[in-house]
Design a protein around this ligand. Structure first.
Ligand code: SAM
Ligand code: DTB
Ligand code: SF4
Length: 348
């Protein structure tokens, strides 16, 4: 009797997906799609545990890029209050609070197109400090050179977040100051030095279902699946070009979460921005579809997140528990992820 991941139980790791195959997954009757997603989820993870990360904007606004969704672009007229790089003390205080509230990963974001080598010095001190608190570290600082990725790895960074955001075909409609290829290049540098990759996208920017399939294909066909895949629902910020974007059908959001789980079964799929606008029932459907990570705490980077109290109550109502950082710190999921061979599925 084999207990290995199989194509039948939907949990083998593939990197050769076609858009048509992914569209066929997105098109499944919702019950069938959720069944496939749950099947894949249970091969690699305890389905009742949720990884919890807290975000902090360490440098806010005045970004030269023109990302159509982002409050922090200097090119958009938003109410955002700009702020220079936070001090180490400010970051450490926020990280301690996050840890005391149950977060296991602390993600620091800076509104840079690409950091200078000098910019990295204080960030490296923050990474070292946050690690000493026993938290996993993630930073998102914009485009990196290969040498900068190496410096961050040597400093002990765990994850680098760099989202593909949307499909290569739709990308130019959202951002014009850099290319989709630039995003892939930074992901290559991150992976090459052994940093864990956090990469996903944003839904609800006016993209088509085919674009959503194409973005998922880009993520799933990377040489290694990103260890963490954030799926954001656009937070419509007044003053940004996408403020008036049409609302996305909530079930479409659930479908993309489920498809991400099927395509990248061993990755954390994060139900990311946009939860503040979602009902408890919609969030529950996302967990059912295979989401197993959230941003936790009152703020995302510049916009409000779901309240921590509301999250604690919802997770308790659903019988979900916070994942803890275990002894296997270099492989954060190791102590809670099921080994594939312990799958509940037997094919013989
Ligand atoms: N400047 C860096 C960069 O662009 O990679 C890091 C910070 S940037 C704010 C990180 C990610 O946040 C973006 O790639 C995007 O996916 C997400 N994001 C930004 N604004 C958003 C919004 N209004 N709604 C949803 N996601 C958003
Ligand atoms: C990700 O995928 N989403 C986070 C994090 N990675 C950096 C950011 C969401 C930002 C939402 C809008 C804001 O708060 O500015
Ligand atoms: Fe700048 Fe990042 Fe916002 Fe784009 S998403 S404007 S790069 S902070």
């Amino acid at each position: 009797m084999s207990l290995k991941p199989t194509p039948q139980n939907g949990s083998t790791l593939r990197h050769d997906w076609t858009i048509e195959e992914i569209l066929a997954i997105l098109d499944l009757p919702l019950n069938d799609l959720l069944f496939r997603a749950q099947t894949a989820h249970r091969v690699y993870f305890d389905p009742n545990r949720v990884q919890v990360s807290t975000l902090l904007s360490i440098k806010t606004g005045a970004c030269p890029e023109d990302c159509g969704y982002c409050a922090q672009s200097a090119r958009h007229d938003t109410d955002l209050e700009r702020a220079p790089l936070l001090s180490l003390d400010q970051v450490m205080n926020a990280a301690r609070t996050a840890r005391d509230q149950g977060a296991t990963r602390f993600c620091m974001g800076a509104a840079w197109r690409s950091p200078t080598d000098k910019n990295l010095e204080p960030v490296i001190a923050m990474i070292r400090g946050v690690r000493e608190l026993g938290l996993e570290t993630c930073v998102t600082l914009g485009m990196l050179t290969a040498a900068q990725a190496r410096r961050l790895k040597d400093a002990g960074l765990d994850y680098y977040n760099h989202n593909l955001d949307t499909s290569p075909e739709f990308y130019g409609r959202v951002v014009t100051t850099r290319s989709f290829r630039d995003r892939l290049d930074t992901l290559d540098h991150i992976r090459a030095v052994g940093l864990k990759t956090c990469s996903g996208g944003i839904l609800g920017m006016g993209e088509s279902r085919r674009d959503r399939a194409s973005m998922l294909r880009q993520l799933a066909n990377l040489p290694g699946h990103p260890e963490s895949v954030p799926i954001n629902l656009l937070v419509r910020v007044e003053g940004t070009p996408l403020f008036d974007a049409a609302s996305l059908d909530p079930f479409e959001f659930v479908r993309v979460i489920a498809a991400a789980r099927v395509l990248m079964p061993a990755s954390y799929v994060r139900l990311s921005a946009g939860r503040n606008e979602m009902s408890d029932e919609l969030q529950a459907l996302c967990y059912l579809a295979g989401a197993n990570s959230i941003f936790y705490g009152e703020r995302l980077l510049t916009t409000p997140n779901a309240e921590a109290d509301r999250d604690r109550t919802l997770l308790a109502r659903l019988g979900l528990t916070f994942e803890e950082v275990g002894p296997a710190r270099t492989d954060p999921g190791a102590c809670h992820k099921r080994a594939p061979s312990a799958s509940i599925f037997a094919d013989g």
